[in-house]
Design a protein around this ligand. Structure first.
Ligand code: MN3
Length: 204
């Protein structure tokens, strides 16, 4: 059974950057839905039992039933991506990366501002629903890329591991920001917890 990342703060705590109703709906409806649907899908294929979500998303081809494969791709992606999202945003999180993550950002992007620009561009240029991810590739280099729907770098099987993701589905921002995705992306940077991102980087 896969379970949602347990949010350690109240839904309203990210205001004014991300509003309470958006957080509550996103977590209790969208993320919960992906999680429940993933669990239901996994029960239908015994070869998926006891596998980690990373193993499942990195081996979607092994699911022979095409409908089931699509269900696992969409809901497993949704489950994983939202666990990443909710575990790397927080009220009063670390405002800047430190240590090895800080060094790598400077080496691979020049500065934190350049990294934010690259990721914001990826988020804004995604047509329709999807994500922008910061990942560590197999050589330890940081890379930015955008993906449609609930896809993510694990599905490419290149060894990229996501450590931060901006959800640019409209459900992530429409109640407060309406069509202004750019304003939401700017506000997202105010709630990133760089210590949480750094912990994922150090685990890579
Ligand atoms: Mn979402």
């Amino acid at each position: 059974m896969f379970s949602q990342y347990s949010l350690p703060y109240d839904f309203g705590k990210l205001e004014p950057h991300i509003d309470k109703l958006t957080m509550e709906t996103h977590y209790t409806k969208h993320h919960a839905g992906y999680t429940n649907n993933l669990n239901a899908a996994v029960e239908k294929d015994s070869s998926l039992a006891n596998k980690s979500i990373e193993q499942i998303l990195g081996n979607l081809d092994s699911i022979s039933d095409t409908n089931l494969r699509t269900a696992v791709r969409n809901n497993g992606g949704g489950f994983y991506n939202h666990n990443l999202y909710f575990s790397t945003i927080a009220p009063n999180g670390a405002k800047k990366p430190t240590g090895k993550l800080d060094e790598s950002i400077k080496k691979d992007f020049g500065s934190l501002e350049s990294l934010k620009d690259a990721m914001s561009k990826a988020a804004l240029s995604r047509f329709g629903s999807g994500w922008a991810f910061l990942s560590v590739n197999k050589d330890g280099k940081l890379t930015v890329a955008s993906y449609p729907n609930q896809d993510n770098p694990l599905m490419d099987k290149k060894g990229d591991k996501p450590i931060l993701g901006i959800d640019v589905w409209e459900h992530a921002y429409y109640l407060k920001y309406k069509n202004l995705r750019g304003d939401y992306v700017k506000a997202f940077w105010d709630v990133v917890d760089w210590d949480a991102v750094g912990a994922l980087f150090n685990k890579k």
